[in-house]
Design a binder for this molecule. Structure first.
Ligand SMILES: Cc1cc2nc3c(=O)[nH]c(=O)nc-3n(C[C@H](O)[C@H](O)[C@H](O)COP(=O)(O)OP(=O)(O)OC[C@H]3O[C@@H](n4cnc5c(N)ncnc54)[C@H](O)[C@@H]3O)c2cc1C
Length: 510
């Protein structure tokens, strides 16, 4: 017997914009003037060229490598990524999809494209995109400072990139060996030196170490202990003078740091994540030193958290597409498995969750970057919802990908059959970085109590969920009680309901 998977593979489609009519409807709602031609074109490349390149980049033999020394015993600490990742980087940064220009309209279009690209997993590129986006937002807030304004111009492509590539990208290094959530324990030190600073000490999880600029937390000498003593800096990977030499060569003078080792990771394996030791690295402060943690949260972490929800919607779309195509194709006991009620229920859940997640992403973006920039109430709402959405969208995406893998049976865990297993590994990383679940749920409850206030909780629900749900009073009671004791365990399921109610409301508005 010759068994063919051709019809299943064909059903996966060749344009991920065309197979997703909801995306066009969402874009129409949030940006009615948007010309969809460019997004449609991108959807075609996402399903073909980028898909192939990111799949190749995921193969073990193509993972990043660290070369500590050259053949002449010079310490070079060079990280090499594969040609496939290189090509995706060139294309994505060539289209300015990572940093944009700071306009709401441009952002809607680029996030639509990143949602399409993200259906191929992290791919060694999307962490860089999220970090560059966060760095761009941070720099825009402080671009009146000349050096920072120049870096922003490089990031936006208005000035030549400082490094060997045609584009300029960012990374963010906060986590230290003694803990990532508790940033107040940071010990990497900062001391003033002329018109800049010098940072020294080890950082433990440094993703996208190939970036041109790093956003870093460090503790200025003499600063108070705890979170108030953590300041924010931008650290260039290379120091001037930059020399783009003959034969296209580039001879960088690296800033003061060594790349000690690359992590061997369970997920996002195409992405180089390093352990790094800084020694008198030149650094530029960003904003007032004592507002380091606040600025990190407002501009950098909020942006990465937003990218996590974008990726969660993308991962759910991958799960939905693969599972639906396979269930219609695969027969068992004389009929397509899609015809069994247990299977069709799984497919319906995937579809419903994906649609709500996609609508929720753009609703939250509008709340955060349109309403939130004018209205302090919307700003607080967006911050709380970003934390809950980061948590519960990534859990839902992990569960959705797992369901899809199980639906494909043994073929679901085969790396060459589909990208589901790679997406699942990357999805788990989204659950950890930029704030693990417990921390975000705890902080969301704290912010509800402090900035919304128990007496206004029902208004928060009505504004964001479209109506006051039956459990509104229960939430109010938990928020009140949280002033006296830890009520995070009781808050968890309510936080999940807030996320579900918010996204369901967003979906109903499309
Ligand atoms: C692939 C990958 C790439 C990464 N890249 C970067 C990077 O580029 N830059 C960077 O700075 N970091 C990076 N990180 C680190 C990441 O941001 C941290 O892992 C994260 O902040 C959590 O810190 P931690 O791992 O030290 O866990 P911890 O902070 O030690 O937490 C351990 C556990 O304790 C729980 N916990 C902590 N506080 C509380 C609390 N108050 N209540 C209840 N439970 C709590 C957490 O939820 C978690 O489950 C990366 C991580 C991964 C996995």
């Amino acid at each position: 017997m010759t068994y063919s998977f051709a019809s299943y593979r064909q059903a996966l489609g060749a344009n991920w914009f065309d197979d997703d009519p909801l995306l066009a409807q969402v874009l129409k709602k949030y940006l009615p003037k948007l010309d969809l031609v460019s997004v449609r074109e991108f959807g075609g490349k996402a399903a073909t060229t980028y898909r192939q390149l990111m799949h190749e980049a995921g193969r073990t033999e193509n993972h990043p490598r660290l070369i500590n020394f050259d053949g002449y015993h010079n310490r070079i600490d060079e990280v090499r990524i594969c040609a496939q990742s290189d090509q995706v980087f060139e294309e994505i940064y060539g289209q300015n999809l990572a940093v944009g220009t700071g306009s709401y309209e441009g952002d809607i279009e680029r996030y639509a494209k990143l949602y399409l690209l993200g259906q191929n997993s992290e791919g060694g590129v999307l962490c860089s995109v999220a970090c560059s986006d966060g760095l761009g937002r941070l720099l825009r807030a402080f671009s009146s400072e000349e050096r920072l304004g120049k870096i922003l111009a490089q990031m936006e492509g208005r000035m030549p990139a400082p490094g060997p590539k045609s584009y300029c990208h960012g990374a963010q290094f906060v986590t230290e060996i003694q803990g990532g959530s508790d940033v107040g324990k940071n010990v990497v030190s900062a001391k003033p030196a002329g018109d800049s600073w010098r940072l020294s000490g080890p950082k433990w999880f440094c993703s996208n170490i190939i970036a041109d600029y790093f956003v870093m937390t460090a503790r200025p000498e003499g600063a108070p202990e705890g979170i108030r003593g953590v300041a924010l800096f931008v650290v260039p990977a290379y120091l001037p003078p930059f020399e783009k030499g003959g034969m296209g060569g580039f001879y960088p003078q690296r800033n003061g740091y060594t790349i000690d080792r690359l992590k061997q990771k369970f997920g996002s394996q195409s992405l180089p994540t390093a352990e790094v030791t800084f020694q008198d690295a030149v650094a530029y402060p960003v904003g007032p030193l004592e507002r380091g943690a606040a600025n990190l949260l407002e501009h950098v972490l909020s942006t990465s958290r937003f990218h996590v929800l974008l990726h969660s919607a993308a991962f759910l779309r991958t799960a939905e597409r693969e599972a639906t195509a396979y269930a219609k194709f695969r027969e068992a006991f004389g009929k397509p498995i899609a015809d069994y009620p247990l299977v069709s229920k799984t497919l319906a859940t995937l579809r419903q969750q994906r649609e709500a997640a996609l609508a929720g992403v753009f609703r939250l973006y509008s709340l955060w970057q349109r309403e939130g920039v004018k209205d302090p109430v919307a700003k607080v709402d967006a911050r709380i919802l970003l934390m809950l959405a980061k948590t519960f969208s990534s859990i839902q995406a992990r569960q959705g990908l797992t369901e899809a893998i199980i639906l494909l049976g043994a073929n679901g865990i085969e790396e060459e059959f589909s990208d589901l297993s790679r997406c699942l590994r990357d999805c788990l990383i989204n659950e950890i970085w930029e704030g693990p679940h417990n921390l975000l749920v705890t902080n969301a409850l704290g912010d509800l109590a402090r900035f919304v206030g128990a007496e206004k909780i029902l208004g928060f629900l009505e504004r964001n969920l479209g109506a006051i749900p039956a459990w509104g009073k229960e939430l109010q009671a938990v928020v009140v009680a949280s002033a006296k004791e830890d009520r995070t365990v009781d808050f968890w399921p309510l936080g999940e309901k807030i996320y579900q109610g918010f996204t369901a409301c967003a979906r109903s508005q499309i």
